[in-house]
Design a protein around this ligand. Structure first.
Ligand SMILES: C[S@@+](CC[C@H](N)C(=O)[O-])C[C@H]1O[C@@H](n2cnc3c(N)ncnc32)[C@H](O)[C@@H]1O
Length: 145
């Protein structure tokens, strides 16, 4: 799901180079796709290094919002996972604030290493490698209750 044509083109190149066939790409807003998926149809939703919108007056543009969490909760199967990764401190606070007050998610972290170390199934992204946030990459895993 990617609204910008350049991003879609890069993704198509990468899919072709990797020779994989189990990929679907939507040019547009990912939230529209969430609305079209069947309830409880996904095991995991990854929101990896979303646009940070660091200025407070732009926080309403962030992808993680109470409404988006409702959409994600609907499509995740019970016991499913939501992972949000970011290297922006205010985005960590923002995500924890919104997700922890959501009735259908629980933060799974038990110790600092759980959010500091990349999870075993994590694949580093292009944006993550740029290292331009204000903190180290932080991995927040939530379980769908
Ligand atoms: C900071 S980049 C990170 C890209 C990639 N996840 C990574 O870590 O390298 C954020 C991406 O999300 C895309 N994006 C922003 N809002 C979106 C939305 N509502 N639905 C789908 N993609 C969106 C942007 O166009 C951009 O390509």
């Amino acid at each position: 799901m990617e609204p910008f044509l350049d991003g879609v083109a890069k993704a198509l190149d990468a899919v072709q180079d990797a020779g994989v066939e189990n990929v679907r790409i939507h040019r547009g807003d990912g939230r529209d796709v969430l609305d079209r998926l069947a309830a409880a149809s996904l095991e995991t939703v990854y929101v990896l290094f979303p646009d940070p919108w660091p200025k407070k007056r732009h926080w309403k543009r962030r992808l993680i919002q109470a409404d988006t969490l409702d959409q994600i909760a609907r499509v995740l199967a019970p016991g499913g996972r939501l992972r949000v990764a970011t290297d922006v401190a205010s985005y960590v606070d923002w995500t924890l604030f919104l997700v922890r007050r959501h009735p259908h998610f629980a933060w799974t972290a038990r110790r600092a290493a759980d959010w500091r170390a990349p999870p075993a199934d994590h694949v580093r992204t292009r944006y993550e490698k740029k290292n331009i946030g204000d903190i180290a990459p932080t991995y927040l895993d939530f379980a769908r209750l």
